[in-house]
Design a protein around this ligand. Structure first.
Ligand SMILES: Nc1nc2c(c(=O)[nH]1)N[C@H]1C(S)=C(S)[C@@H](COP(=O)(O)OP(=O)(O)OC[C@H]3O[C@@H](n4cnc5c(=O)[nH]c(N)nc54)[C@H](O)[C@@H]3O)O[C@H]1N2
Ligand SMILES: Nc1nc2c(c(=O)[nH]1)N[C@H]1C(S)=C(S)[C@@H](COP(=O)(O)OP(=O)(O)OC[C@H]3O[C@@H](n4cnc5c(=O)[nH]c(N)nc54)[C@H](O)[C@@H]3O)O[C@H]1N2
Ligand code: SF4
Ligand SMILES: [Mo]
Length: 724
């Protein structure tokens, strides 16, 4: 093929003093294939080339991906450990001095030991993230439970994928974020996409999404904003934030009423249909419209398109999941696939757009307060026994389940948790209700932060440990399809930075727990122990060796042994993972958002992302091109709303909720509902919109309601050129 020849030629153009290292992007769950360009004279990363041979993304990358390589040798990199000498400066960048690793480790070991002696083993906590490889995520779980011997470990996936995980588990009995491989997406007849700004957040999915329409299929979008995806959709259900459950019930009702239910599938492969059918009867198009603000005709049209489509994929993301009923929303939208039987075959199914690079793998192997490797449960004695054996501890030594991410901050605020080892997350920006969370971090007796840049959270730490970027180590990541892929090392760690796994092994040694970690000398050693620890679990990675991953362009879990090629399509045998093999259709009564608008706070505030920044922005705000494209946060306001408030485009206004406030530039746009305002959350200090958000947690997933709270805005009076 000419195309292939062209791409081969590009690869051959590599300079004689350069080599290409095959790997994947450091950022989102798409995990686009890329080659890092390395100068063989200096052995430094100097650029990037897309990987046209990667089957998921076929050489496509977004603005973050093409600049990701600039992180590695950035002048802001932390090169040595930092120790804070002046505790009164906690919460600022000041008061640190450089130290040796030995001094930093000694201090950590001394403080952790003292605190545990005085307040018990569980006075320590670990707060982690999933921008790390599976191996590092796995080891972080072992580090907490065996190294530190504490029950308190949780991670930033609680703010990200936990509602999807909870919904998938109770609906299908297993939590693999997509039941189909991404190479099915463009081949289906209908994409029903709820609460995903796909074009900005998973941009390299878009060629597949548009291809559905180009082939004569349909796109339905549920979003309070007219995102680039919504603009070209066949139907845009522009709902009030927080009202998804009504849309899901309303569409399900129409599917059933209009004869699109697949009775054979329902009878043989599901439970719960009859009571769900009864419950959704109330959700007529008119009633649904009343709750959601979406015109009844649009709801009818959406149900008709989805119902008639021979194949369809229901997709969703944080828009529906980051609500205090996120799990219900996931089960509610998944009901559509189960009732119509559009699941368990190619080109039909359910998928969530996994957020972080390893948002899928990172939640399966023990960073969650109640889980152990291989998606095992810490409350199941058999599971505990299996993992204890691999770890060389007695089952009785396994700590009890801890609490979720936000609840750990509550315990820090109450001083029941006394110390935190923070890695791979920046909660001083990304957690909800930041006035509370920042106070909780300040309350800690001792805090360690491992990062490669000094983040806003590191400002609260007593010790900062310099880790490596993704390009200076190797390991596996599980992308949004459930495909295990390989990240390769392109450069040696700069300065004195070390990979997280090595730091944890060395701290464990200092705490007298070295014998449980002494076999772990290389990333590969951690990988071998990790695969073994997953063996026999639902998320079984045992057969996914690095060699097989390389040979097959990734391995979909579950993959049990050498001969198993992995599982691209889930449920092809129509067997779900509940004990009776059936999936569950859930009857879900409507619940409004935790905080409804009122006279004092009449607007609905929702938050999310822009294409140029990643999460808390600690990485992307340092990349000049990305920062130039989006230097500060803003508030999106509908023109008619702006008129009522007498506000102009680019005017700085005060936005506030019951919890906090901030000053934001107004961005007037018709692409938002009149009763709703939107602010991107990638900015620190006073610019963090999370000063305003609400920590109303989903009862099952403990996910905060980032996507809906009540707000008000006002003009800022200017007196003699000074803002009051
Ligand atoms: N550029 C970029 N890409 C990213 C990231 C990033 O930070 N920047 N982060 C990655 C991560 S970790 C994640 S989790 C994903 C997130 O990916 P997305 O979930 O797609 O991103 P968000 O912007 O959080 O929200 C998605 C959409 O939900 C809509 N929404 C808000 N409230 C509601 C509601 O009540 N109902 C519905 N149906 N929709 C609602 C918003 O208007 C928004 O368009 O992106 C990943 N990719
Ligand atoms: N208002 C609002 N708030 C939100 C959301 C929202 O939509 N609205 N979305 C939520 C979601 S979905 C997410 S995922 C969270 C994410 O929020 P965070 O968890 O804060 O995510 P990051 O900004 O990726 O933080 C990762 C930090 O770890 C560092 N880091 C990266 N890789 C590594 C590594 O390998 N090792 C170590 N030690 N450090 C590393 C980075 O430099 C960065 O400082 O934010 C949540 N907060
Ligand atoms: S879409 Fe995601 S994985 Fe791909 S280049 Fe952009 S940030 Fe990286
Ligand atoms: Mo996320």
């Amino acid at each position: 093929m000419q195309r292939d020849k062209f791409f081969k030629e590009i690869e051959n153009l590599t300079h004689p003093n350069e080599k290409l290292i095959k790997t994947h992007c450091s950022y989102c769950g798409m995990q686009c294939g890329m080659n890092l360009r390395v100068n063989t004279m200096t052995n430094k990363i100097i650029g990037v080339e897309p990987r046209y041979d990667w089957p998921v993304t076929l050489g496509k990358m977004c603005p973050k991906g093409v600049t990701a390589y600039q992180q590695t040798n950035h002048s802001d990199r932390l090169l040595k450990p930092l120790i804070r000498d002046d505790a009164s400066l906690k919460g600022t960048k000041e008061g640190f001095r450089e130290a040796s690793w030995d001094e930093a480790y000694d201090l950590i070991a001394k403080k952790f030991t003292e605190l545990q002696k005085e307040y018990g083993k569980d006075s320590l906590s670990v707060f982690s993230g999933v921008s790390m490889t599976n191996e590092k995520c796995y080891l972080t779980g072992k580090f907490a439970r065996v190294g530190l011997q504490t029950r308190y470990i949780d991670y930033n996936g609680r703010f990200c994928m936990s509602s999807a995980a909870g919904g998938f588990l109770r609906t299908f009995g297993v939590d693999r974020g997509s039941t189909v491989p991404w190479t099915d997406v463009h081949e289906t007849d209908c994409l029903f996409i709820a609460g995903s700004n796909t074009a900005e957040c998973h941009p390299t999915s878009m060629f597949r999404v548009w291809n559905v329409q180009e082939r004569g299929g349909y796109i339905i979008v549920v979003d309070p904003r007219e995102t680039p995806l919504a603009r070209r959709a066949d139907v845009h259900l522009d709902l009030k934030p927080g009202t998804d459950l009504a849309i899901a019930n309303g569409i399900l009702n129409l599917l059933i009423q209009n004869g699109f239910a697949d009775e054979e599938f329902i009878n043989n492969h599901t439970n719960g249909f009859e009571e769900t059918k009864e419950l959704v009867k109330e959700f007529t198009p008119e009633y649904t419209s009343m709750i959601t603000g979406v015109a009844p005709e649009k709801i009818i049209r959406a149900a008709e398109i989805y119902g008639k489509a021979p194949n369809a994929i229901v997709m969703f993301a944080r828009g529906i999941e980051q609500q205090h009923k996120g799990v219900d929303n996931v089960s509610g939208y998944s009901n559509m696939a189960l009732v119509t039987g559009k699941i368990g075959r190619p080109k039909s199914g359910v998928a969530t757009f996994t957020g972080q690079g390893n948002g899928q793998g990172g939640r399966e192997h023990g960073q969650k307060s109640d889980l152990l490797p291989g998606y095992r449960k810490i409350t199941n004695p058999k599971h505990v026994e299996e993992v204890a054996k691999v770890w060389g501890i007695e089952p009785e030594e396994m700590p009890q389940p801890g609490v979720s991410a936000f609840e750990m901050f509550e315990m820090m605020e109450q001083k029941t948790i006394r110390a935190m080892y923070l890695l791979c997350s920046n909660p001083a920006v990304s957690a909800p209700d930041l006035n509370f969370v920042r106070k909780a971090m300040k309350n800690l007796d001792f805090m360690v932060c491992a990062d490669f840049y000094l983040s806003e959270s590191a400002e609260f730490a007593d010790v900062v440990l310099p880790t490596v970027t993704w390009s200076e180590d190797e390991g596996t990541v599980t992308n949004l399809e459930g495909r295990i892929i390989k990240i390769n090392k392109a450069q040696e760690p700069i300065g004195e930075s070390k990979p997280d796994w090595q730091i944890q092994v060395e701290i464990a040694e200092r705490l007298g727990r070295g014998k449980y970690f002494s076999n772990l000398k290389t990333a590969r050693d951690v990988a071998d122990e990790f695969r073994l620890a997953t063996k026999g679990g639902d998320a079984d990675y045992y057969g996914a060796t690095w060699e097989k991953i390389d040979k097959q362009d990734g391995v979909f879990w579950p993959c049990k042994d050498e001969n198993d090629k992995g599982t691209p399509h889930m449920f092809l045998d129509k067997k779900f993972y509940h004990p009776d093999g059936k999936a569950k259709i859930f009857a879900l009564p409507y619940r409004p958002p935790a905080e409804e608008p009122c006279e004092k706070y009449p607007l609905r505030l929702t938050t999310g992302r822009v294409v140029y920044h990643y999460l808390s922005g600690n990485q992307t705000r340092r990349i000049p091109f990305l920062q130039d494209m989006c230097p500060e946060p803003y508030v999106e306001v509908h023109p008619e709303t702006a008129k009522i408030y007498n506000m102009e485009h680019e005017e700085v206004i005060r936005l506030f909720t019951r919890r906090g406030e901030g000053n934001y530039k107004v961005k007037i746009t018709e692409a938002i509902r009149k009763d709703t305002v939107f602010v991107p959350y990638h900015f620190g200090h006073d610019q963090s919109i999370n000063l305003l958000t609400i920590a109303a947690l989903d009862p099952l997933s403990r996910m905060p309601e980032f996507k809906a709270c009540a707000a008000q805005m006002e003009k800022i009076e200017v007196k003699e050129g000074v803002r009051k």
